[in-house]
Design a protein around this ligand. Structure first.
Ligand code: AMP
Ligand code: GLY
Length: 418
């Protein structure tokens, strides 16, 4: 089988790593990929946003399965275009991808199908949003969410009215996220512990993937600005069989029923961003793709071959089970100085000779320049360690990342410490 993975981050390296271990796979391509995916297969110089280029490549090379990493190409209709040409693709069509592409749609879907989520109001104009904030119905803190995709920056948590007004100004006045800010959701603030729950589905049934938790803030102790994720752990701390079964009955099964009632076709993964509150699990957001860096802890914990599950989901006939490892996995992200703000690139990356065999290094923002590995992004790489419990897994991950060097490298010291 020939498999094409679309994307270039740590998630895509982890996907290629898992897919490459399948006996069914003879060749693996990654578009555009990174130096990590190049070591597992062949990188293809086609950008993830270039739908025509991806389609041409898949047709010319008789690709048997395409697995899409990022959300944007799905929201733009990659899966629809591939399926029109009879190409199997793991990833939802546009009508499914809108569950991530529009927060307004996602909230309406949750209210309609009684999936627990924070109370919210939607506004299509700046004036109406400001009027609501000035009214006695407004409660603080409030969460301001741009409707559309905003590269993970469209959610602003506002402690008081003044900061909420300024968030509305940013999103709807200055239009910091362009048309993603045509509408906003003002949402009740929930407190609790977050968890990332992934399923693979064909829209009718589902397979649960290992649970995970990511660490979103740049600094130790969950402080500083939000990032794409500075590390992750699987299983999610505090997740036990009874909580997971509650999540399945209150969230996952109503979600699948909702897809069917609304006639939404969905062949791919759903990543439920949850807040575990005192009142139970609530959905903060749907993602229609695997999490990053969650993938770097989820895939290493899957014992069985994932390819038959991906293939059957892509065909709309999900079958197969996944056996999971009992080990815990921890991944720690090494980032460029300045990230998530502005940062410099092009620093040589050294992986010391005593980098432990048991740790797994996943590339993200790296590139080969004049034959040398250099930094090329904010999140440069991550190192995953496994162990029989969280302490051992942490130690393995930190033993690994401490043997990677580049100018200005930063990483959190408290990933999975809890
Ligand atoms: P989202 O893109 O909706 O997952 O939001 C990004 C992050 O903002 C989440 O991972 C949470 O940390 C936070 N967040 C989103 N919605 C809420 C909420 N209603 N209450 C508290 N925190 C939230
Ligand atoms: N780590 C969170 C995400 O992938 O959205």
């Amino acid at each position: 089988m020939k498999v094409l993975v679309v994307g270039s981050g740590g998630r895509e390296h982890a996907l290629c790593w898992k897919i490459a271990s399948s006996k069914q796979v003879s060749r693996i391509f990654c578009a555009p990929g990174n130096p990590g995916t190049a070591a597992l297969g062949e990188n293809v110089p086609v950008d993830a946003a270039d739908l025509d280029g991806l389609l041409d490549f898949a047709l010319e090379n008789n690709i048997d399965l395409t697995v899409v990493g990022p959300e944007q190409p799905l929201v733009d209709g990659l899966a629809d275009r591939f399926r029109e040409k009879g190409l199997p693709v793991f990833g939802p069509s546009k009508t499914g991808a809108i569950l991530e592409g529009s927060k307004v749609f996602a909230k309406e879907f949750m209210f309609r199908h009684k999936i627990p989520t924070a109370a919210s109001n939607t506004f299509g104009s700046r004036e109406n949003a400001l009027r609501f904030l000035a009214s006695e119905n407004a409660e603080f803190p409030v969460v301001v969410k741009a409707d559309g995709l905003a590269a993970g920056k469209g959610v602003l948590i506002c402690g008081d009215r003044v900061s909420a007004e300024s968030a509305i100004e940013t999103v709807m006045g200055k239009r910091a996220f362009g048309e993603a800010g045509d509408r906003v959701v003002l949402e009740e603030f929930l407190s609790g512990v977050e968890a990332s729950i992934h399923i693979i589905t064909d829209g009718k049934s589902y397979v649960l993937l290992p649970t995970a938790k990511d660490h979103k803030k740049i600094f130790d102790g969950e402080t500083g600005p939000n990032t794409g994720g500075m590390g992750a752990v699987s299983p999610a701390p505090g997740m036990d069989a009874s909580l997971l079964s509650r999540i399945e009955s209150e969230i996952i099964r109503p979600f699948i029923r909702g897809l069917n009632e609304d006639g939404i076709e969905f062949r791919g993964t759903v990543f439920f961003g949850l807040m575990l509150t005192e009142k139970g699990p609530f959905v903060l957001e749907f993602n229609v793709r695997f999490g990053d860096p969650e993938s770097q802890v989820i895939f290493p914990r899957i014992e069985s071959d994932i390819v038959p599950v991906l293939v059957s989901a892509a065909a709309g006939k999900l079958s197969g089970k996944l056996t999971l490892k009992t080990d815990t996995a921890v991944t720690v992200v090494g980032a460029s100085a300045g990230y998530p703000g502005s940062y410099s690139k092009g620093f040589p990356v050294d992986i010391l000779s005593d980098f432990p065999d048991s740790a797994i290094l996943f590339h993200a923002g790296t590139r080969i320049e004049n034959g040398k590995l250099v930094t090329a992004g904010g999140r440069v790489l991550s190192v995953t360690g496994m162990g029989e419990n969280r302490q051992y897994a942490r130690k393995a991950a930190y033993d690994g990342i401490s043997r990677v060097r580049f100018d200005g490298m930063t990483y959190r010291k408290d990933i999975a410490k809890v």
